[in-house]
Unconditional design. Structure first.
Length: 185
């Protein structure tokens, strides 16, 4: 479902464009969404952000084609008609507007904006802090501001984060000494 003018939306990063593929303007894509089939539908308009320190001629790109080639997503955009234009797009980050209340199809997955601001509790119910962000990499990490103001990182894995309850506005962390709560002297 596409957002309407009345629905509140949130902007999410969905991809970073890579090198050109072929001569007709296709580019390889570093996918930054778990749902590429929802984000790269033909006709979808995505906001284009130039790479750091760079420039890019277009503020938006419109998906013209999407296909998988040897486990790599290839996208073609109406605004990039040839290899030269595709090369100029290398490193561009793409953003999509999604309805603020949209949830991923998999109930065990979450959008970053759903997690930021959630209260953090330990398994006994003691409040530990608040989620301030998510760090993505080989292992996703919850950024947590502890009650004493320290910034901490918790690997976002079931063993350490056994429960996320969006409706209750909280996450449960199986805290270990020094993970969120400070080490005792």
């Amino acid at each position: 479902m596409a957002p309407t003018d009345r629905e509140p939306t949130i902007e999410v990063v969905v991809a970073r464009l890579g090198k050109p593929h072929g001569l007709r303007g296709e580019v390889t894509v570093d996918v930054r969404t778990d749902e590429p089939e929802r984000r790269f539908v033909v006709g979808t308009v995505l906001r284009a952000q130039a790479p750091r320190g760079g420039t890019f001629a277009h503020r938006t790109l419109t998906v013209a084609r999407a296909r998988w080639h040897q486990q790599v997503l290839l996208l073609a955009f109406e605004e990039l008609p040839d290899r030269t234009a595709a090369e100029a797009a290398r490193g561009v980050v793409l953003h999509a507007d999604v309805p603020a209340d949209e949830r991923p199809e998999d109930p065990e997955e979450f959008y970053d904006h759903q997690l930021v601001g959630l209260a953090v509790h330990d398994v006994d119910g003691t409040e530990l802090g608040v989620v301030t962000g998510i760090t993505h990499g080989a292992q996703d990490l919850l950024q947590i501001r502890a009650l004493d103001g320290r910034a901490t990182l918790v690997p976002f894995v079931a063993a350490l984060v056994p429960e996320v309850d969006l409706d209750a506005g909280r996450v449960v962390v199986a805290d270990r000494p020094g993970l969120v709560a400070p080490l005792e002297d």
